[in-house]
Write a protein that binds this ligand. Structure first.
Ligand code: D41
Length: 709
C-alpha cells in the first residue's frame, strides 16, 4: 500500500497523473495479458478514482488514452461507417463429417486443406500456428503512434461500424501500447468475447435485479458492443484476444517473419494473446490440437466453436495467397454442432429410487456432437409446461460435453395439428399407485413406495452400491435378475441369499439369454462365484451409520448429509426420534430435507425394513453426538469435479474433511466453491451458472498446504 500512497501524494498534478496512469496500465497488463494480477481489485479502484478526481480538477491533464476512458463516454447517436484500411478477410470452414462415406475419415475437409497447402508449397508437414476459435465478434483496432484511435467491427469485411467509444471500455484492450518498436500505424485484429464466468455472473445479477438476460455469451459480446451508450458497455464483462496484425496501408508489411512471432511482439506491446495457441507440423499436429482443445473445451473459460489452423511463416502465406475474400493459408476446423433438430416420438415417465417421476422424451435418433441421441430428460412437469413440448413436436436438442441431452426449445411452425399438451399421468406406469406432488416441490412422486417394482429395484440397487453398503461384485445386472426371478423382494432379503439362490438365478438368466452348455468346470466356477457373493454380502453387514443412512435412500439425503447426520446425532435412534425442528437445526439440512427425513421414519414399512436389516445382522458402531464440525474449513461445502492429477479424489476429499470442510456430490447455491480438475463437465457448468466460485487443482493444493492439510 506504500506504493499507492506514493502515487496519490508525490509531485505536481501532472506528475501524479502520469504515475497513476502507469500504475493502472501496469495493473491492466499484469491482469489481462500476463494473467498474473499484481494488485487487489480494491486498490485498482482506488487508483482509478484518484486519477478520475485529478482529471476532473485539471481537465488539461485528461488524455484520450487515459485508463479512466475504460469507464465509457457519453451516448452516441449512432455508429458511423469505417472503411477498413486493409480488408478483413473471412475464414473458410472445415466441418467434421458426421456420416462420412465408406473408407473416408470424418476430418476429410481438414485433411484436404493441409494437402492443398502442402501441394502449393511443395513441402511436407509445414508449420501451422493453431488457435482456439473464439465465439465472439471480430474487431479491428487501429493505433497511431501507439495510441488507440479506432475500433471497428468487421461488417462485410470492407466497411464496418465505428465502435471506438465502446472498445475503449474493454480493459483487456490497451489504450496505449507498452514497450517500444511499434510502427506509427498498426492495426490489430482479434475477437471480443464474453468469458463464461462473466456471462453467468451478469445473468445472475440480472435475475436479482430483474433486468434482461443475455441469451448466450456470443450475443452478450455482440449486444454489448452495439450499445450506443458506452457507459453501458463498460459494465459488461468483455475480453479480447488478438489473432492478426497489419501495418496499413501495405497489406504485405510485417512486424516479424511469422505469425507466431508477430503475436509474441503484440503480447509485449500489451495485447492479450490466447495461451492455448501452439505451433504444430502437418495434419497430425493440427488434428492433435483439434482433439486436445475439444477435450478441454468445457473447462475453458470462454466459448469456442472450433480451432483455426494458420500457416505460420509469412513467406509461405504470401505464396499461398487468397481465394475470393478468404486466405488459402488458413481454415477454421469447426466442432460438430451441439444442437440438432429431431422429433419427439413419445414422452414416458421414469420412476426413480425415491419414486420421483421424471418425464423423458423419446426422440427420433439424431447425431448430436458426434453421438446418437435417442432420449432427453425433461426433468419435471414444470419443465414440460415451460417448453410446451408435445408428442409429435419438432424440437432442438442440445448435448454439450458429457451433459445429458436436453430439449432447448420446440419449433412451433412444425407442430402437427393434433398435438396435445402433455400432462403428468395420475398413476404410476409401473405399479398403478397414484402419482402425487407436494406443494412447493417440483418433482411428482409415485406413492407406491416399495410396492412399486421400479422403486424397489432402484432402492436395492442403491443400497448395494459402492458408496452405500458396498457389496463387492453384486453389480446392477445381478440385482436386476435377483429381482426379476423373485429371489429378492426387500432390502433384508439380500442378507438371506444362499449359494443355491445365486446358482438358480444364474441358470434362469442363462436360459433366458440363450442356454450355455453346462460343463463340470463351469459348474465349479459358478459355485465359487456364488460363494464369493454370499461372503461379500456377509462382509457388508459390518458398516457405519453414515453408510447405512445413505444406503436407506431417504429422498434428498446424499452422502454428505448422511455423514453430517451421523456425526451430529451419533445413533440411528436419535435420528429417528428427531423432529423436523431438531433436524433443521443441523448444518446444511433445510426444511424440505427435514420433512423428507421425518416422513421416511414415520412410515411403518421403512421402520420394518430397518428392523429386518438389523435382525439380519447389519450393524455399526454408535457414537456420542458431535454437534459441530471443527477445523479451519468448518462450515464450507466443497464440490470436486473433473480429474485431479496430483492426488486422487478420495484423498482430496479426506484432506478437506480433515480440515472441517464438507465435500458434497452436487453443486447448489450453498456450495462454497467447486474444484475443477481436467475435463470438468456439468458440475462446472452448474457452478458457473449459479455464480459459485471455481478453483483450480493448484489453488486447492495451496489451500490444503496453507492449513497444514
Ligand atoms: O478466434 C477466432 N474467431 C479467429 C478468427 C481466429 N483465431 N483467427 C482468425 N484469423 C483470421 C484471419 C486468418 C483471416 C486473419 C479469425 C478470423 N480471421 C476471422 N474472424 C471473423 C472473420 C474472420
Amino acid at each position: 500500500m506504500s506504493d499507492l500512497s506514493t502515487h496519490l501524494s508525490t509531485g505536481n498534478p501532472a506528475q501524479q497523473a502520469r504515475a497513476l496512469r502507469t500504475a493502472l496500465e501496469d495493473a491492466n497488463y499484469r491482469y489481462y495479458v500476463l494473467d498474473d494480477p499484481s494488485i487487489p481489485d480494491a486498490d485498482y479502484d482506488r487508483l482509478l478514482r484518484a486519477l478520475e478526481a485529478l482529471e476532473a480538477a485539471h481537465p488539461e491533464l485528461a488524455t484520450p488514452d487515459s485508463p479512466t476512458r475504460h469507464v465509457g463516454a457519453r451516448p452516441a447517436s449512432g455508429f458511423s461507417e469505417v472503411r477498413h484500411a486493409i480488408p478483413m478477410l473471412s475464414l473458410t470452414d472445415a466441418f467434421v463429417d458426421a456420416d462420412p462415406p465408406a473408407g473416408v475419415d470424418a476430418n476429410h475437409e481438414a485433411r484436404d486443406f493441409v494437402r492443398r497447402v502442402e501441394q502449393a508449397l511443395g513441402t511436407r508437414n509445414p508449420e501451422f500456428s493453431v488457435e482456439p476459435k473464439f465465439d465472439g465478434l471480430a474487431m479491428s483496432l487501429r493505433y497511431e503512434r501507439g495510441v488507440l484511435v479506432q475500433g471497428a467491427t468487421r461488417g462485410d469485411g470492407t466497411v464496418g461500424e465505428d465502435v471506438t467509444a465502446n472498445v475503449r471500455t474493454i480493459k483487456a484492450i490497451p489504450l496505449k501500447l507498452r514497450g517500444a518498436g511499434w510502427p506509427d500505424v498498426l492495426e490489430v485484429r482479434g475477437e471480443v468475447f464474453m468469458p463464461k464466468a462473466g456471462f453467468a455472473a451478469w445473468n445472475a445479477r440480472m435475475l436479482r435485479e430483474g433486468g434482461k438476460l443475455l441469451a448466450n455469451p456470443r450475443n452478450g459480446a455482440a449486444g454489448s458492443l452495439r450499445q450506443l451508450d458506452a457507459r453501458v458497455t463498460a459494465q459488461r464483462p468483455l475480453a479480447f484476444y488478438a489473432y492478426g496484425v497489419y501495418l496499413p496501408p501495405d497489406p504485405d508489411a510485417v512486424i516479424a517473419d511469422r505469425h507466431s512471432a508477430a503475436m509474441a511482439r503484440l503480447r509485449g506491446w500489451g495485447f492479450p494473446v490466447c495461451p492455448e495457441n501452439q505451433i504444430v507440423r502437418g495434419i497430425d499436429g493440427c488434428l492433435g490440437f483439434f482433439r486436445k482443445i475439444g477435450a478441454e473445451r468445457d473447462a475453458l473459460p470462454y466459448g469456442i466453436d472450433g480451432v483455426v489452423y494458420k500457416v505460420d511463416r509469412y513467406d509461405q502465406q504470401r505464396a499461398l495467397g487468397f481465394v475470393a475474400r478468404a486466405p488459402r493459408w488458413a481454415i477454421a476446423h469447426k466442432f460438430p454442432a451441439e444442437e440438432q433438430t429431431t422429433v419427439v416420438e413419445a414422452i414416458d415417465v421414469q420412476i426413480g429410487r425415491t419414486g420421483a417421476a421424471t418425464p423423458v422424451a423419446r426422440l427420433r435418433p439424431v447425431q448430436v456432437a458426434g453421438v446418437t441421441v435417442t432420449n432427453a430428460t425433461l426433468h419435471n412437469a414444470d419443465q414440460v409446461a415451460r417448453l410446451d413440448v408435445r408428442v409429435g413436436d419438432s424440437v432442438i436438442v442440445r448435448r454439450a460435453g458429457d451433459v445429458i441431452p436436453e430439449i432447448v426449445r420446440v419449433i412451433p411452425e412444425r407442430r402437427p395439428a393434433n398435438a396435445r399438451p402433455w400432462a403428468m399421468p395420475a398413476e404410476c406406469p409401473v405399479c398403478g399407485s397414484s402419482i402425487e406432488r407436494t406443494e412447493g416441490e417440483a418433482v411428482a412422486r409415485c406413492s407406491g413406495g416399495l410396492v412399486c417394482a421400479a422403486q424397489r429395484r432402484e432402492a436395492i440397487r442403491h443400497f448395494a452400491s459402492r458408496r452405500a453398503m458396498d457389496i463387492d461384485g453384486l453389480g446392477e445386472r445381478y440385482i436386476e435378475d435377483l429381482i426379476a426371478f423373485e429371489h429378492v423382494h426387500s432390502l433384508a432379503d439380500l442378507y438371506h441369499l444362499t449359494v443355491d439362490d445365486f446358482l438358480a438365478m444364474k441358470r434362469r438368466a442363462e436360459e433366458r439369454d440363450g442356454a450355455v452348455p453346462e460343463t463340470v468346470k463351469a459348474g465349479r466356477i459358478a459355485t465359487k462365484w456364488a460363494e464369493n457373493l454370499v461372503a461379500a454380502i456377509d462382509a457388508s453387514k459390518a458398516t457405519t451409520l453414515e453408510r447405512f443412512l445413505f444406503a436407506l435412500g431417504i429422498p434428498e439425503v446424499g452422502e454428505a448429509t448422511a455423514k453430517t447426520l451421523a456425526r451430529h446425532f451419533g445413533s440411528l435412534e436419535r435420528i429417528q426420534r428427531a423432529d423436523a425442528a431438531a433436524l433443521s437445526g443441523v448444518k446444511d439440512v433445510g426444511a424440505i430435507m427435514a420433512a423428507h427425513i421425518t416422513a421416511f421414519f414415520a412410515e411403518p414399512r421403512n421402520r420394518e425394513a430397518i428392523a429386518a436389516l438389523r435382525a439380519a445382522g447389519v450393524h455399526w458402531a454408535e457414537a456420542a453426538p458431535q454437534r459441530t464440525a471443527e477445523g479451519p474449513l468448518a462450515g464450507q461445502t466443497v464440490v470436486l469435479t473433473g480429474a485431479l492429477t496430483s492426488l486422487t479424489r478420495d484423498a482430496a476429499k479426506a484432506r478437506l474433511e480433515a480440515l472441517g470442510a464438507k465435500v458434497a456430490g452436487s453443486v447448489s447455491r450453498k456450495t462454497s466453491f467447486v474444484v475443477a480438475g481436467e475435463a470438468a463437465g456439468s458440475k462446472l457448468e452448474k457452478a458457473m451458472a449459479l455464480g459459485v466460485e471455481v478453483r483450480s487443482e493448484a489453488q486447492l493444493l495451496e489451500l490444503l498446504a496453507a492449513h497444514g492439510g
